[in-house]
Design a protein around this ligand. Structure first.
Ligand code: ADP
Length: 473
């Protein structure tokens, strides 16, 4: 097996706040067929340390970023994990990034710098029996790795994947010494970003190849509208950039085997799940479509636009069940919408098994994002015979085929696609959805197309394998 070290801040099934964890948890298994063995370095958060009985110490790092630290080797859920056990940085309650009050941990810069420095040590051969040939860095939390590689004189090919360019991992320049960075590289063509330290930029500057999680997002990143201030430097590196679509874990997300639902093989088998979902959310039985949203509640996801479009949807006979958490203003606005309408029901929170029941019971899954690097919930929708209704942006545009007349005639339609960032367009799409749903034959045809649509990792893992191969040849 050829060897790649992935570096990430979250990984299913141990720790997840979003799609990044789904990817870092599923991709390693998918890579096995390509001849590449992946080990993934993750922080030793509390839920990770709960597995420590199964782990063995591979390396002591001594005093490391303010406290004792070591690297553990852990085999868990089919994954080969390397765990940075540094209790002073990671052994705490709360989410990977936020304290109980919802604020960023004040030492996030140090925590993920430590992760990067540990990765560099492993890349430099600190684990006697395993030295990677390629490094694969995920998002800003892994971005400083090239800086530490350069400082210790290690040269290894680096792939940097952008899962969401909205997060830069910025910190102030007075932290350069504490982070152990080379002050001479605090430059526009180094890790400096408008007077701040940018971990994401460090990764992009130091990478031999840059990937992102869909071809459309790869194009969008080069534009001021989507590049979040980094479009210029991405344009300069466009020759290094490719978009490789995310897949989903088709074992975990398999309606035939899912332990959380009434299992089904064809769209007809969704009926008892739909009934159960309506009951669970207190929605009345109704002939119209039951749509769901499972999402972080942030401006990115366009759920404020959906609030505006709700009267048109419910007026046309639609119902909505929403599961999400995040922005307090949005949470309250949705709770109010649920109070005002019998056709809207809302759960504020994060609930993985409820998410499975929602995709299984839904007629439609709504993803009206303003931008969406890849998006996973529309892929779960396809797999579970729910019709995705998505904004034409990023990976949403790459994974759903709009049910216009031509696509319906050709038998390839899998969902509905509307103009992004436009409440009126979203409302019109939702009214169209109700009309389509009223034509059982056409509806069943779209569902069946969706369930056949390939959403696994086969094609994309081969692309990553080819990318790694090109770097070591
Ligand atoms: P992002 O990473 O931007 O949040 P993705 O669509 O790529 O968006 O991935 C989101 C992942 O998190 C999906 O697996 C989705 O089902 C899950 N998810 C988001 N919010 C919730 C929630 N409130 N409860 C359960 N799962 C959620």
């Amino acid at each position: 097996m050829k060897r790649v070290l992935a570096v990430a801040s979250e990984c299913v099934p141990l720790v997840k706040t979003g799609g990044l964890a789904d990817v870092t948890g599923a991709l390693p298994r998918a890579m096995a067929g390509t001849g590449w063995g992946v080990r993934t370095l993750i922080p030793g958060y509390r839920p990770v340390l709960a597995q420590a009985a199964k782990a063995t110490e591979a390396l002591s790092l001594g005093a490391f970023f303010g406290g004792p630290a070591r690297i553990l080797v852990l085999r868990h859920a089919g994954l080969d994990l390397l765990v940075l056990d540094a209790p002073h940085l990671f052994d705490r309650d709360g989410s990977p990034y936020l304290d109980a009050q919802g604020n960023d941990w004040a030492d996030n810069d140090l925590r993920f710098a430590a992760l990067c420095a540990a990765a560099a040590r492993i890349a430099g051969g600190a684990l006697d029996d395993w030295v990677p040939q390629v490094l694969h860095l995920h998002d800003w939390q892994a971005g400083l790795v090239p800086e530490y590689l350069a400082a210790q004189g290690t040269s290894l090919p680096v792939v940097m994947t952008i899962h969401n360019i909205a997060f830069h991992g910025l910190t102030t320049d007075d932290r350069i010494a504490a982070l152990g960075l080379d002050p001479a590289r605090f430059l526009p063509d180094g890790y400096e970003y408008y007077g701040h330290v940018s971990a994401l930029k460090a990764g992009l500057v130091g990478a031999d190849r840059i990937t992102t999680v869909s071809p459309t997002y790869a194009r969008e990143l080069t534009t001021p509208e989507f590049g979040m201030g980094l479009d210029g430097m991405i344009r300069a590196r466009q020759h290094l950039l490719t978009g490789i679509l995310n897949g989903i874990d088709t074992d975990t997300w398999n309606p035939r085997k899912d332990p959380h639902i009434r299992r089904f093989q064809t769209p007809r088998g969704k009926a008892p799940n739909r009934k159960g979902l309506r009951a669970e959310f207190g929605l009345p039985d109704a002939p119209g479509p039951l749509a769901v949203v499972v999402s972080r509640l942030t401006a990115q996801k366009g759920l404020d636009l959906l609030l505006d479009a709700m009267p048109a949807f419910t007026g046309a006979g639609g119902q909505l069940a929403l599961l999400g958490s995040g922005d307090r203003t949005l949470e309250n606005a949705w709770l109010e919408a649920a109070r005002d309408s019998d056709a809207v029901a809302v759960r504020i929170g994060y609930d993985e098994t409820l998410a499975h029941r929602m995709f299984a019971g839904a007629d439609a899954v709504l993803v009206p994002s303003r931008f969406e690097p890849c998006g996973l919930t529309q892929l779960y929708a396809l797999r579970y015979g729910a019709v995705p209704v998505v904004a034409r942006t990023g990976g949403l545009a790459d994974t759903v085929i709009h049910a216009n007349d031509a696509a319906l005639r050709m038998g390839v339609a899998t969902g509905m696609v509307h103009a992004p960032d436009d409440a009126a367009a979203l409302a019109a799409a939702l009214v169209d959805l109700c009309h389509l749903h009223a034509s059982p034959e056409i509806w069943a045809h779209i569902q069946a197309n969706g369930m056949r649509h390939p959403v696994g990792w086969e094609a994309s893992s081969a692309q990553y394998g080819a990318l790694y191969d090109a770097l070591v040849s």
